[in-house]
Design a protein around this ligand. Structure first.
Ligand SMILES: Nc1ncnc2c1ncn2[C@@H]1O[C@H](COP(=O)(O)OP(=O)(O)OP(=O)(O)O)[C@@H](O)[C@H]1O
Length: 294
């Protein structure tokens, strides 16, 4: 079932068109990622969908109704700018947010604290937590009401890799349990790991929406084998379908199966090399192509 829908959504601030005719939908159990450059319109789009940037033109629907009429207890929003009071501890903060909802509609808060890796810090004041602990606590707070739809606006910014992994596991579990997750992020690895579908917004418009794998296949370009030659790359290139970049030979379009043959051919031609790199392009490359940055 479609939990979030945008149909021709448009939001202006004076002369600025922050969101410009955006349409898409997010299903239950789906992780939908929104990516785009700074100022592209991501936060504004989240605000239109959650009813905090109104009025907007076009239509936004949340759990089948307008954002203003949606049952708030079934929705959660973790905004970028959420800053809890410095003096509250995780225990107090989570307890406070849990108290805003009926008991049977909240998660087990001890389990939540544990899952977010905060058990050792439950009594530490927010102001004394590390940056990563603060971010994980904010995600934990956004989960207390066990929402059917959750909007996470850059939830892992400033978190170390281990803490990010904790957040990712929670997001995966949420989606497995049927929650619709709307995620904005600047980390393409996060999207590759979590998102069923990705939308790229640039200058207020959706430039691409699709399954993450399809978007990568369509826009990321070819894999590259890069070989650093011992002698001159200019001389070594003779007879090879490659290009020279500095002291390296670059073979475009060589898949993982082709690496052995390419190196055998170099060996056969007596070309020495001391470093070989191969990379399958991912969402990062697709993003850069789509935003015209390469
Ligand atoms: N309340 C507002 N008043 C005026 N202009 C705004 C307002 N909110 C957003 N904008 C403008 O709308 C555009 C989109 O901003 P938005 O914050 O949605 O981008 P974003 O993609 O979330 O950026 P970032 O990745 O930096 O968080 C920007 O030009 C911004 O300056």
């Amino acid at each position: 079932m479609e939990q979030v829908e945008a149909d021709g959504l448009r939001k202006t601030y004076g002369e600025t068109v922050a969101v410009d005719g955006v349409s898409f939908s997010v299903d239950a159990g789906e992780v939908f990622a929104l990516v785009g450059p700074n100022g592209a319109g991501k936060t504004t789009l989240v605000r239109c969908l959650t009813g905090t940037a109104r009025p907007a033109d076009g239509e936004a629907r949340l759990l089948g109704t307008s954002p203003e009429q949606t049952d708030e207890a079934r929705v959660s929003l973790l905004p970028q700018e959420f800053t809890p009071p410095e003096r509250l501890t995780p225990d107090e903060l989570i307890g406070y947010y849990a108290s805003l909802y009926p008991d049977d509609e909240t998660r087990d808060t001890d389990a939540l604290v544990d899952e977010m890796g905060l058990s050792d810090a439950v009594d530490t004041r927010y102001g004394d937590l590390s940056g990563g602990q603060k971010s994980r606590l904010k995600v934990a707070v956004s989960l207390v009401n066990d929402p059917d739809v959750i909007f996470l606006d850059e939830p892992t910014t400033g978190i170390d890799p281990e803490g990010r992994e904790d957040v990712w596991r929670v997001v995966e579990r949420l989606a497995d349990e049927g929650t619709a997750v709307f995620l904005t992020t600047h980390y393409m690895r996060e999207v590759e790991r979590l998102a069923d579908r990705v939308a790229l917004i640039d200058d207020g418009k959706l430039v691409e929406v699709g399954k993450t794998d399809d978007v990568i296949r369509k826009h990321a370009g070819e894999p590259r084998l890069v070989v650093r030659t011992v002698g001159s790359a200019e001389e070594a290139i003779e007879g090879f379908d490659a290009t020279v970049e500095g002291d390296e030979l670059v073979f475009e379009g060589v898949g993982v199966d082709g690496i052995g043959d390419a190196l055998d051919a170099l060996d056969g031609a007596g070309v020495g090399y001391d470093e070989v790199r191969w990379r399958e392009p991912g969402l990062e490359e697709a993003y850069l192509h789509l935003t015209g940055e390469v």
